[in-house]
Design a protein around this ligand. Structure first.
Ligand SMILES: NC(=O)c1ccc[n+]([C@@H]2O[C@H](COP(=O)([O-])OP(=O)(O)OC[C@H]3O[C@@H](n4cnc5c(N)ncnc54)[C@H](OP(=O)(O)O)[C@@H]3O)[C@@H](O)[C@H]2O)c1
Length: 377
């Protein structure tokens, strides 16, 4: 469809607005909306937090009577069902808008198209697909989970120039500089869960929480009260974690996943934010696919912050969507720990296939983003 320059600009603005919600809308998607009359913006808004008004409702409130006969640009198909708030398609109909431009349809096959149909049934002109890829990229986790039931999986690793993630003795604090670590804090804040392996907990005793004072410039643009702490997930097949880990001192939810039971004595010492999931072992360890199915019941996206063993296991099982690699200008030496532990590949075509999607400087370090793709597709 040939879109006008004005249409392109208005949807780009709606996408920019939607991005403001990316730290606070979980498990809902980030959505933006702009309402125009002739060539003027009369209303705009974005979804701020789950349970609160959707983007369309904010924009319609601002537009008031000026919504009559207007065009609404929405980054995601307006919802058609009653959830914690009434359907947005109904609100647009009541406000008597004349045209709705939708960037991307709702990925849930049970919902997809219904919001559009509701609008069309009332004689509203609906056009779909403007800035579709950018709008879908706002919510990779929501798009994937609605379509497959599984969360989006990001692996974050910090490495030296020679590709090492820790010294031979396990020390890895700190490979990267403070700006990269702030960037990781923001990444945590965007994810619903942070997954780690028991060896990282035993070696580093990390907190794995979001620390508002370390979020950098973000603190000026969003309400920090609305940021949800991610669920901290520890994979501990043999139930080795004791009760004195620093994880337990932070007031944020923890899920311990094992294949063997914890002793009653250990369980008795857990604070109330701890829950436990026991899964049947596969090759003696936590089955990663089953774990993701479990987390997919409530999480759009999960972040792996583990050592080479667990990060490699997720990559080998082809469960990773994205690798975020911070590379520091350091050399840890040939005895340092590897980036990821993977199989001994014999053929080039068997290697995991990565595509670089973004590269930038973060303080003294560089950040690379890669997506994993199937080269046969
Ligand atoms: N540079 C970085 O970005 C970074 C990030 C994090 C950690 N680190 C460093 O990495 C080192 C620890 O790395 P690591 O490789 O030894 O440990 P890890 O990857 O953190 O944890 C591995 C452990 O996870 C458990 N696990 C449970 N289910 C698993 C599964 N399906 N597949 C694989 N593992 C599973 C296993 O123990 P059980 O069999 O007992 O369950 C396994 O030994 C530390 O020195 C830490 O400082 C570096």
């Amino acid at each position: 469809m040939p879109w006008s320059t004005f249409d392109l600009e208005m949807m780009a603005r709606a996408i920019k607005l939607a991005r403001k919600g990316q730290y606070t809308t979980q498990p809902n998607p980030s959505v933006g909306c702009v309402i125009t009359q002739e060539d003027k913006i009369v209303g705009e808004g974005y979804h701020i937090a789950a349970g609160g008004p959707h983007a369309e409702v904010h924009a319609l409130k601002m537009a008031g009577e000026q919504a009559i006969g207007a065009t609404a640009y929405v980054t995601l198909e307006p919802c058609s069902h009653y959830g914690r708030t009434p359907p947005c398609a109904e609100a647009l109909i009541k406000a008597k808008v004349a045209r709705v431009v939708v960037a991307v349809t709702d990925p849930n096959p049970q919902v997809s198209g219904r919001g559009i149909e509701m609008l069309q049934q009332q004689g509203i002109k609906v056009e779909v697909g403007l800035h579709q890829a950018e709008a879908a990229a706002l919510n990779p986790g929501f798009m994937k989970r609605m379509a497959t039931g599984l969360p989006w999986v990001s692996v974050k690793l910090a490495a030296s120039l020679d590709g090492k993630t820790a010294l031979s003795n396990g020390v890895s604090k700190w490979i990267t500089g403070p700006e990269a670590r702030q960037d990781v804090q923001r990444m945590r804040a965007r994810h619903c869960a942070v997954i780690t392996g028991i060896e990282t907990v035993l070696a580093d005793d990390p907190s794995l929480n979001v620390r508002p004072q370390e979020l950098g410039s973000l603190t000026e643009s969003i309400d920090l009260q609305l940021i949800k702490q991610p669920l901290r997930v520890v994979l501990d097949s043999r139930a080795r974690l004791g009760g004195d880990a620093k994880l337990f001192t932070k007031d944020a939810p923890i899920l311990l996943v094992s294949t063997q039971p914890y002793s009653q004595v250990v369980q008795a010492g857990w604070p109330e934010q701890v829950s436990h999931l026991q899964l049947p072992a596969v090759d003696g360890r936590v089955p990663l696919n089953e774990l993701l199915k479990h987390l997919g019941q409530s999480c759009n996206s999960v972040m792996i912050e583990a050592g080479a063993t667990l990060a490699g296991a997720f990559i080998s099982a082809q469960l990773v969507d994205e690798l975020v690699l911070y590379q520091a200008p350091k050399l840890l030496g040939s005895h340092g720990r590897n980036l990821v532990e993977l199989a001994d590949y014999q053929q080039m075509q068997d290697l995991p296939h990565l595509v670089l999607t973004d590269e930038r400087k973060v303080g003294v370090d560089r950040r690379y983003r890669f997506t994993f793709t199937d080269p046969n597709k």
